[in-house]
Design a protein around this ligand. Structure first.
Ligand SMILES: [Zn+2]
Length: 395
């Protein structure tokens, strides 16, 4: 159970988030304008702004004549401190950890990555991630004293809305603890395929649409849905798991507990097995992608058939969600029309709404740093979430 002090701290954080997100959108505002726009009481708002000024998160500037205070001099304006507000995105993948850094103006100013050994335990992952952040910042002359928050992308189901560290799956607790100890800032977490979707919707190919289906096709088959401009997380943190739609209830067991999942056929391992069964042994997914680029017939055949399977699943998703755009990311998306055409065909044949409103199926824009960038987008976009125990009770 959390103490009343915890509850007050959380409430203050919710209020701070409201002030910061309002200033992010608006630039500089007077305290009176902030009070009006956030809906906070004048007293609360003044206390929150004072605290943020003291910590150097906000700066105070001379107001313009456009906002006079009575007869005298104009009201002072507060804005985000451009030397503060550094945001970090960390993407903890299966064998790499990637870092993206954004400044207060939301520009991604640095990216970096480090290998994770296949047998890395949670402690080693945590040390690698912290080292990557420290070295990445030092190498680019960035001061981590200006760090405001860290977004974290993880493999697997991430339950509960961020920004609550409690949402970190048990396997990642050492990482979350280590990041909190080392940097002492807010941590928000989500599934890294969903974060890639959020990044594409924020900075990438989906930035002009409000409804988008994203699939990351790689070793795993993950995804994320943007509906009405918001990332759909689901009630249990499993929203967007297109790879675990079952194509055959009698099929081979999947690590998720179901049978015959799309990921078993179309994921990297399934593709390598299918090629091997037809006499083409390849060591890893990158070799398979290279062989497909070289137009090795068996490999092209296996990949195109998996793309048709993925297309059939996406036809269902498109019918149910009615997106403006279907975005394909991950290594397999680099194969262009070999994978995109079978997906387009399946959607065109099976999905509502049918022509003339054709659903565009396009490759992703952002490449390997998409999830790390999405972790930053998560920090920028999430409305401050009020912890359950602070919400008004339902009468
Ligand atoms: Zn599954």
């Amino acid at each position: 159970m959390s103490s009343p002090t915890d509850a007050l701290q959380r409430l203050r954080r919710v209020h701070e988030d409201a002030v910061l997100s309002t200033l992010r959108a608006a630039g500089a505002l007077s305290r009176a304008q902030l009070t009006e726009r956030t809906g906070l009481s004048r007293t609360t708002m003044f206390a929150i702004v004072s605290g943020l000024l003291e910590r150097g998160v906000l700066i105070e500037t001379e107001g313009s004549a456009a906002e006079p205070r009575g007869r005298g001099r104009p009201a002072a304006l507060v804005s985000l401190n451009p030397d503060a507000g550094l945001l970090l995105g960390l993407d903890l993948g299966r064998n790499r950890v990637r870092l993206a850094v954004a400044n207060a103006a939301h520009q991604v100013v640095a990216t970096a990555s480090a290998d994770l050994p296949g047998d890395a335990g949670p402690e080693e992952e945590a040390e690698t991630a912290v080292r990557l952040v420290l070295e990445g910042a030092a190498g680019r002359g960035l001061s981590l004293g200006a760090l405001e928050a860290i977004g974290l992308g993880l493999v697997g189901v991430v339950d509960d809305p961020p920004p609550q560290v409690a949402a970190v799956p048990a396997r990642y607790e050492p990482l979350a603890r280590r990041l909190e100890d080392e940097f002492g800032v807010r941590l928000a977490v989500d599934n890294n395929a969903r974060l890639a979707a959020l990044a594409e919707a924020t900075w990438g190919v989906g930035r002009s649409v409000r409804d988008m289906v994203y699939v990351r096709w790689s070793i795993g088959v993950g995804g994320g849905f943007i509906t009405g401009g918001r990332l759909l997380r689901g009630a249990h943190g499993a929203g967007g798991e297109v790879g675990h739609v079952s194509l055959d209830p009698e099929g081979p067991p999947c690590h998720c507990g179901s049978r015959g999942c799309l990921e078993g056929r179309a994921g990297g391992r399934g593709l390598l097995e299918a090629c091997a069964a037809r006499g083409v042994s390849l060591p890893a997914l990158d070799a398979l992608v290279a062989a497909a680029q070289d137009r090795v017939p068996v490999v092209c055949d296996v990949v195109a058939s998996a793309a048709a399977d993925l297309g059939r699943v996406l036809a269902g998703t498109v019918t149910q969600l009615d997106p403006a755009l279907v975005v394909i990311g991950g290594e397999l998306a680099g194969l262009g029309s070999l994978v995109l055409d079978p997906i387009r065909d399946a959607i065109a044949r099976q999905a509502l709404p049918r022509s003339p409103r054709e659903i565009a199926v396009v490759p992703a824009d952002l490449g390997v740093n998409a999830s790390a960038m999405g972790a930053i987008a998560l920090l920028l976009h999430e409305e401050p979430s009020i912890p359950a125990h602070l919400r008004p009770a339902v009468p």
